[in-house]
Write a protein that binds this ligand. Structure first.
Ligand code: C2O
Ligand code: CU
Length: 495
């Protein structure tokens, strides 16, 4: 796939690797939060600042840290220029009512037609979900209960981002993304590294012109060649930063918010990554790994021990996949992302990784292996190709499946294209049962909500639909794919 971005990267003067400090976004812990969405000049590269669209003036936006089970209300104030059009905020990983789920909406006066969605003319604002969007100059309060199925939600690294119809890729590229950590008693009671030794890392790629401004890589890209790759990899909004750590265990909460690019992460000194969590929080037991693959939207919590690297510099790097899947959409970035500068002064470390973490919820024991429905991803359209799910593009008024409230269903997702996709389902966490009929590897034998589906592959997942009826999206988290038709909805209905 051609990347004009790569050429631009060469033109500007290359910033010195590992010179910038790792930014740690401001943390918000209140039950009622106000976050303005506004343009700001952000120090991303050395030299001139980058004009971005931000949550609260920074990129990433503030990290929201909240206890599970405690209602949280966030009011977003849309203060971007009117040309940005309507916005919508989705809390990715949350279990929320459809009106607070940050759904894409439909056509409006500022966005009068869509080339990739199949929205009937004259569809009412309410049917399109446009009443749930945030207009320029307006605001919306999202209510998050942080509960699911009668108990507090699972503690996890979630994230919030824009989700507007056809414009999600543009809006996130410009900066509309932030992290959200749900904590709970169990997670806090484990002897895991905490405080300064619990480090959320948001990985994003972006391309810049020689004035350090974001490029606009979106025009003229059509499926299947619509995956945008940025030339520079940013961690917490800085290019190849460094971070000082003590020679002890640390918890890294890794999140890939790139549009199309996966990362296959490892440490340069060969130390293992002990994975303790996924998209959906703690796994039943830790898994020791040499490398951790993260596609767009995926997360992994890993414990790394710097005790053996006192006085050294250790890089977090991404490399080619050892399973040989390095084709379109599967191919990771190759190179360093950031550097840990490990202090030489030894300090006692009372943390450890317990053998068991969090059991799977009860419903996972009673799942059927026969799919209740199949979602097939393909590509179609003669003059203007679009991505399709079960032969159709997105229409906000339509749902293609009607699971009953309080039921558990098994879904098959089949990728009939030559490009890998990262399928994400809103509403709940999903239990991965099989990849191409085979049991998943241990790090996927748990709950997640964003899944790699390789070309020709079929995955089997089970989900439990609790608490809320209404429509919820299913889509590819490669942002251009979701903007170009690779999205539909299911509607949870009363039993
Ligand atoms: Cu992070 Cu519907 O997406
Ligand atoms: Cu995709």
């Amino acid at each position: 796939m051609a990347t004009p971005a790569a050429a631009q990267g060469r033109r500007g003067t290359a910033p010195v690797p590992f010179r910038a400090r790792l930014p740690v976004p401001q943390e918000l812990r209140g039950a009622k939060l106000q976050i303005p969405i506004l343009e700001a000049d952000v120090q991303i590269l050395p030299g001139r600042k980058t004009r971005m669209w931000t949550y609260g003036g920074t990129f990433p936006g503030p990290t929201i840290r909240r206890p599970a089970g405690h209602r949280t209300e966030v009011t977003f104030h849309h203060r971007l220029p009117a040309a940005a059009g309507e916005l919508t905020v989705h809390l990715h990983g949350g279990h929320n009512r459809t009106q607070f789920d940050g759904q894409p909406g439909g056509l409006t006066a500022s966005h009068p037609r869509s080339f990739y969605c199949d929205i009937p003319r004259g569809l009412s604002a309410r049917k399109s979900g446009n009443d749930l969007l945030i207009e320029p100059g307006g605001r919306k309060t999202y209510v998050y209960d942080l509960r699911e199925d009668g108990r507090p939600e699972r503690a996890a690294l979630q994230w919030y981002h824009d989700h507007r119809l056809d414009r999600t890729a543009r809006n996130i590229w410009r900066g509309l993304a932030g992290m959200w950590i749900v904590e709970d008693e169990l997670d806090r009671s484990l002897p895991l590294p905490a405080g300064e030794r619990d480090i959320p890392l948001m990985i994003a790629d972006r391309s810049f012109d020689r004035h350090n401004q974001l490029t606009d890589p979106f025009t003229g890209r059509r499926p299947p060649a619509d995956g945008v790759l940025g030339a520079r990899i940013l961690v917490n909004g800085a290019y190849m930063p460094h971070h000082a750590v003590t020679p002890r265990r640390h918890r890294l909460r890794l999140l890939n918010v790139s549009h199309f690019r996966p990362y296959n992460l490892h440490l340069s000194n060969g130390a293992p990554l002990v994975q303790i969590g996924t998209d959906s929080g703690l796994m039943p037991r830790p898994v020791r790994r040499d490398e951790v693959l993260l596609g767009p939207g995926e997360r992994a919590d890993v414990i790394v021990d710097f005790a053996g690297a006192a006085g050294q510099a250790v890089e977090l790097r991404s490399g080619a996949r050892s399973d040989g899947r390095n084709g379109a959409g599967s191919k990771p970035y190759v190179g360093a992302l950031m550097q840990f500068r490990v202090g030489s002064r030894r300090a006692p470390d009372r943390t450890r990784v317990p053998r068991t973490l969090r059991p799977l919820p009860g419903w996972t024991k009673h799942v059927s292996r026969a799919p209740d429905r199949t979602w097939t991803i393909s590509i179609g359209g003669l003059f203007r190709p679009t991505w399709l799910i079960n032969g159709r593009t997105f229409n906000p008024a339509r749902a293609d499946a009607f699971p009953r409230l309080d039921s558990t269903e098994t879904w098959e997702i089949f990728n009939r294209t030559n490009v890998a996709h990262l399928m994400h389902m809103h509403h709940t966490d999903w239990y991965l049962l099989a990849r191409d009929g085979k049991p998943p590897p241990p790090w996927e034998d748990c709950l997640k909500e964003t899944f790699f589906v390789h070309p020709g592959e079929r995955i089997l997942v089970a989900g439990h639909f609790a608490d809320y009826t209404g429509k919820f999206p299913i889509h590819c988290h490669m942002l251009d794919h979701e903007d170009h038709g690779l999205m539909t909805q299911f509607e949870v209905v009363k039993g």
